[in-house]
Write a protein that binds this ligand. Structure first.
Ligand SMILES: [Fe+2]
Length: 274
């Protein structure tokens, strides 16, 4: 399947970025990213194509890598000197499953969409990088997160500032993407506000009921975020995550890959991509 047939190019002219409407699209999304850390494109994937893309990965659900453990957003730091009620000591459940790129069948449409140069160039312009290449990682360049009933992705910050995702399926209840734009800065973690985020009282939490077919770019290095617990549902939340790098040929460190494909055998100190 030609990648251009999957995307609503009338609404989102990513194949003509130097034309006035293409430039306006990129300018608007860059503004959204700078102002609120999130730029999203509802209806990016055409409805018929969306069903085909879901059908491509659905048979892989039973083989997906399961994760279920408690984690803190500050996992790479020593948190032992903090009072028990301090955000640095707070633990949240992180549970769900991951399909990795190596599991896709040869005829899958996904690699063709991910590696479509038109899409990469569009992402590059929105993120504002001079160069951008698809990750070459055999496992994590293209992954799919599945959150079924009672699953959730714990509050965290990302290690990079350009997570690109495509929401494929929403659960019947819960599972919203929640984030606080630019909560921390280079000098201050703003723990008081983090504590309000964790107890649900923060007025800065944004909850977006994103629709399936939405393409999104997110700056999560300073913007704490999570996928809220999924409620009663017949179908899981399903999202595709695309990894890029400024250099060609990027692969993830072995420990990062192992944390996904063999989570029970790995101390969990890193931060998930999204
Ligand atoms: Fe994230």
């Amino acid at each position: 399947m030609d990648p251009s047939s999957l995307i609503d190019l009338d609404r989102y002219p990513i194949d003509r970025l130097d034309a006035p409407d293409g430039r306006a699209l990129v300018d608007g999304l860059r503004h959204d990213l700078d102002a609120g850390a999130l730029a999203f494109l509802p209806g990016f994937i055409r409805p018929q194509a969306l069903a085909a893309l879901v059908a491509d990965v659905e048979p892989l659900f039973p083989q997906a890598h399961r994760r279920d453990r408690m984690r803190t957003p500050y996992g790479w730091m020593d948190n032992s000197g903090f009072p028990e009620d301090h955000p640095r000591r707070a633990m949240h459940r992180n549970s769900g499953r991951t399909i990795t790129r190596d599991m896709l069948v040869d005829e899958s449409t996904w690699p063709r969409l991910f590696e479509w140069p038109v899409l990469t160039e569009f992402v590059r312009r929105v993120l504002g990088f001079e160069t951008l290449h698809c990750s070459a990682d055999p496992w994590l360049s293209l992954e799919f997160h599945i959150e079924a009933e009672n699953d959730q992705l714990a509050w965290h910050y990302d290690t990079n500032d350009g997570v690109v995702s495509l929401l494929l399926q929403s659960p019947d209840e819960g599972g919203d993407f929640e984030h606080v734009p630019f909560l921390r800065d280079e000098n201050d973690e703003h723990y008081d506000e983090v504590a309000r985020v964790f107890d649900g009282s923060s007025e800065r939490i944004r909850r977006l009921p994103l629709e399936p077919g939405t393409f999104a770019l997110f700056r999560g290095r300073r913007s704490i975020h999570r996928v809220a617990p999924v409620g009663h549902t017949a179908k899981p939340r399903l999202i595709a995550l695309f990894s890029y790098d400024r250099e060609p040929g990027m692969v993830f460190p072995e420990a990062t890959v192992k944390a996904v494909i063999d989570p029970d055998d790995t101390p969990h100190t890193g931060t998930p991509a999204s």
